[in-house]
Ligand binder design. Structure first.
Ligand code: ZN
Ligand code: ZN
Length: 354
């Protein structure tokens, strides 16, 4: 597993070693789940630098070499290894390393050693999931959907957005999640027109939309789902908007298969909403990859030319938002397979009436 995960194209990148500082990338390559770790990866070795708080944890989680650093920043300890092992070209993840850390490394770079910024190589490796990762995502999705079912049963008129969000997160933790994947969104009525609404003390009234966007983080892996419910009898306008978004979501799912671009899937959803007269109300992209992080590549937007591959885990979540009226979004977690895709989320997509 180590060799496979350390399959970084050193030759192509023209580097002898790579410094990895982003916690999810550190975890991906080494198994270390602590939040203060720095990895030095070479074609032959993997060394984790961390501080004494993580001595026991790192020994339990990692099979690679672990160096506990007490008195200097982790990057300075890593540079000592670079010097000792006579590495010459050290790469770092340009989009991930803090400027402050970079400056400190530059200042104490050993003579003859060059520091090279590289692109999101590890992030790109992470887009295609292993069987083990897929199993964890499946579990996270199931936990999330079960938590939704349990919490929805307890929703009554007059319930507050914040109380429902708390109940959803309580249920997911009871069912095995270590935490919510992101701040749970619960938005009533016209507040559902805010795609990233924060739950408030607002009370659920009659004839109101109720949008829930929730995800679990279980065994480090994320799930993501949005459902819309309605208290009372929905108007014709609500129903037609709901059906339009659902049609767009199903069209996008239909478009998912290996070899097509992420933008192609986005277009499939966008075309439906344009025909339905809701093109301008669809103000975000159709979805995103997910795994160790809630938002990963690929981004299923207008411009992402990434070709989908079997093993990618993505969301499909078109939506439409109308000010002073409300918003509809329907989101599933989906796995790209050899022949197309598998919708992992088991929750019904009918407009649920309370
Ligand atoms: Zn979501
Ligand atoms: Zn999402």
């Amino acid at each position: 597993v180590l060799a496979e995960r350390a399959a970084i194209p050193f030759g192509e990148l023209k580097i002898d070693a790579l410094l990895v500082s982003a916690p999810p990338n550190v975890r991906y390559l080494s198994g270390f789940t602590g939040d203060n770790g720095l990895l030095l990866v070479t074609p032959e070795s993997l060394t984790l630098f961390t501080d004494p708080r993580y001595t026991i944890q790192a020994a339990e989680e990692c099979t690679c070499e672990v160096k506990i650093v007490a008195k200097t920043p982790l990057d300075q300890a890593a540079l000592q290894t670079v010097r000792r092992k006579r590495m010459k070209r050290v790469g770092f993840e340009a989009a991930r390393m803090l400027f402050e850390v970079h400056q400190r490394i530059v200042k104490s770079l050993p003579r003859g050693v060059t520091l090279t910024p590289i692109g999101p190589v590890v992030d790109r490796m992470r887009m295609v999931k292993s069987d083990d990762e897929i199993a964890r995502i499946r579990l996270s999705v199931i936990t999330n959907s079960e938590a939704f079912e349990k919490a929805v049963r307890s929703i009554r008129p007059g319930a507050r957005e914040s109380a429902i969000a708390a109940e959803l997160e309580y249920q997911m933790r009871r069912l095995g999640a270590e935490k919510a994947a992101f701040e749970t969104i619960v938005a009533f009525g016209s507040r559902s027109a805010l795609p990233h609404a924060q739950p408030t003390a607002r009370k659920l009234g009659n004839d109101e939309l109720l949008l829930i966007d929730m995800g679990a983080c279980q065994d480090g892996y994320m799930s993501d789902m949005t459902r819309v419910l309605f208290l009372g009898k929905p108007s014709r306008r609500v129903r037609s908007m709901y059906n339009a978004v659902l049609k767009a979501q199903l069209a996008a799912i239909d478009a998912v298969r290996p070899g097509v671009t992420a933008a192609h899937v986005d277009r499939a959803a966008r075309r439906v909403l344009e025909i339905e007269g809701l093109g301008k109300e669809f103000v975000h992209s159709t979805g995103h990859g997910l795994g160790l992080e809630i938002h990963e590549g690929p981004r299923l937007g207008r411009r992402d030319k990434t070709k989908l591959q079997a093993g990618m885990a993505i969301t499909i979540e078109p939506g439409a938002y109308i000010r002073d009226f409300g918003g509809i979004r329907i989101e599933d977690t989906v796995l790209v397979t050899q022949n197309g895709c598998e919708v992992l989320t088991p929750t019904s997509k009918e407009l649920r009436l309370l």
